[in-house]
Design a protein around this ligand. Sequence first.
Ligand code: ADP
Ligand code: MG
Length: 677
Amino acid sequence: MLSDPVTVIKGIGEKFAADLETMDIHTVKDLLYYFPYRYDVFDIKPLSELIHEDKVTIEGRVIHEPSLNFYGKKKSRLSFNVEVEGVAVKAVMFNRGFAKKQLNPGATVTLTGKWDAHRLQITVSHYKMGPANEQTAIQPMYSLKGDVTNYKVKKAVKNAVETYQNNMPELLPERYLVSYKLPDRASAVSTMHFPESRVDLKHARRRFIYEEFLLFQLKMQLLRKIKRESTSGNAQHYEPANLREFIDSFSFSLTTAQQKALNQILADMKSPYRMSRLLQGDVGSGKTAVAEVCLYASITAGKQGALMVPTEILAEQHFQSLSETFGERASIVLLTGSVKGKKRKEILAAVQHHEVNIVVGTHALIQDDVFFDDLGFVIVDEQHRFGVGQRRALREKGLNPDVLFMTATPIPRTLAITAFGDMDVSVIDEMPSGRKAIETYWAKENTFERILQFIAKRAEEGEQTYVVCPLIEESDKLDIQNAVDLYQQLEAFYSGSLQVGLMHGRLTTDEKDEIMKQFANGDVDVLVSTTVVEVGVNVTNATVMVIYDAERFGLSQLHQLRGRVGRGEKQSYCILIADPKGETGKERMRIMTETNNGFELSEQDLKLRGPGDFFGKKQSGLPEFKVADMIHDYRALETARQDAEQIIEHGLLESDSSFRQLQVYLEDNTILHEKLD
Ligand code: ADP
Ligand code: MG
C-alpha cells in the first residue's frame, strides 16, 4: 500500500525514517512523490572540451582489470584505465570495491566525476555500465536535511519504485492520458526520479503538472458547489420594478457587459446561496454603477447595504455620488475615522435601528461598536487592499450578507479563479461607448521640457495633470528621480504661473487627504506624486498623466495609473518617460502605447513579469504546487480548469467508472472538512 510507512522499504531503518520525517516524508507515497528539485545533466563532450576540475561525464572502454587497494578502516580505492577517443584515461573510485567484478576489460562504462585535465584523470562519483543514454546522464538532486545524503534518498526511492511499480493505481482517466499524450502514473513517477532522457522527463513533468492542476481545480469547484448548495445565506427578494425605474433614471443605459454582470449578481442575491463574488473591470468600465443597482436591490428587499473603500477621500467621493444617484430612494451615511463623538454615536444608533439604508466608509465600518439591523449586501472596493480578516469581520456584522468585491486590476480569468479560490468571478470587459481613448506616448527624458510646456498648455484650458514618479527617497544606487526633486524642478519651471502640489507616502493621512482635496477642487494644477494616486480617486478634470521612470512599473500598475485620467469628456493623455535598457522594458512601453485594454495588458504582464503585481507580495494566497507553476504552465491550468468544469457539470465522478480513482482521491482528501470561509 502506498500509505504504508517508509520503513517497509528495504534499506530504511528507524534512524533513516526519523530523518525522512523531518523532510515531511512519512509514507511510501510521500517518498515516491518526493521529486528531485533539480537534475544534474552531464553531456558527453570531447576530451578536449572538458574543463579542469569540472564535474564531467565520459564514456569509454575498460582497458584492464581494475586494481583494488584497501587503506584505513574499511576504505578502498579502485583504479583502472579506460580508453576514450583512443586515449587512456585514468579512473579512480573510492569505497566501491564491489564494482571491480563488473568492470571487465572490454566493457563499456559511463563515468561521471571530477575531471583533472593535467593528469587525464577522473575521480568517479557515479558510474553506470554500458553507454550513456541519448548522450546524457541525468542525475536527480533532492533537497536534503540533516544527515540525509542525496545518494541515500536516491537508493531509497529506487527501492520504492521497484517494489511499488505495479502497485500504483492510475488516478487520471485513460481519455486524458490519451488525448494529452501523458505517461501513466507509475512510469511517470519512475521517470521523475530516474529520467533516461530529457524528453521523457518533460513528459513526466507534463503529466504531474496536469494532475496537480486538475486535482486542484476539482477541489475548488467541488467546494464552490457545496457552498452553493448549502442554504446558509439569505435569499433577497428584491423588487424588479423598482430596479427598472432606478436604472432608467441613469443618464445612460447599461452596457451589455454591465447588464450581464448585474444579472449574475442579482441571481446570487435572490438565491439562498451566500454570494462571494469578484467583479472585475477596467477603471471607468462602470462597476460602481452596477454596484449601486445591487445596493438598491438589497434595500428593496428590506435589507441594509455597506460600501467599504480603502481611503477617506474615496469614501467621501462615493458618499457624494451615491447620495446624488439615490436621491430620495435611500438614506445614506458616511462613516470614516474622522466621524467622531456625538455625530458618530448618532450614526451608529441610526444604523442599528435601520433608519439608515446604506453606510459608506473605510475600515471604520468594521469596528466592534458598529451594528447593523439587517445587513444584506456588502461591497468591498479595490478588494486587494483589504486583508482577509477585515472582509470576514465585515461579513460577520450581518447574517451572512452577500459580498461583492470590486477590483480594477484585471486578472486573467483562470488565474483569478485559482487565486481567489472559491469566489465567483464576473467581468465587465467593455467600456461605455463614446469614451475617448487615452492617447499614450513614450518619451525620452530629454524631452521633459517640452512635456512641461504641454502641461502648461492643458492648464490654460483649465485641465489638470498628475506627474508620478516611483520613489520618495534619494537613492544613489538606484538613480531614481524622487518626488521632492521633481516637485522643486516644476516649481522653478512654472515659477508661480501654475500651482504645483506634492504628495508622497511619508505624509500623514490628513495631509494626503488635504492635498487630494486641493487637487480635486482645482486649486492645484499639477500634482507631483509617488504612486499613492493609484487608489481610485476621481478627478474628471485631470487629463494628463505623466509617469516618470515608467520602466520601473509593471504594466498593470502603469495601466492603473493611466486610469486616473480619461474620466471626463475631454481628450486625455498619458506620457511615459522611460529609457529602458532591456528588451522587456521596451516591450512594456510599446504595449502600453498600443493598447488601452486592461485584460489584454494583464495577460501580457503575466508573461513578462509573473503574478506578483496582481496579488501583492505576501497576501497572495496563491496555492503552491510541487511541479506545476501557475504562470509558466498557464495553459495547462486553463485546460485543467475546463476539464474540471466538464467533470463536475456532467457528474462524471459519480457516473463514469473511469473516474473512480479520482473520486476516491478527492474523498480521501476530505475536501468536505476544509473550512468554507
Ligand atoms: P468604475 O467604478 O468601473 O471605475 P464607474 O461606475 O465609476 O466605473 O463609471 C465611470 C463613469 O462612467 C461614471 O461617471 C459613470 O456615471 C459612467 N458610466 C457608467 N456606466 C456607463 C454606461 N453604461 N454608459 C455611459 N456612462 C457610464
Ligand atoms: Mg470605481
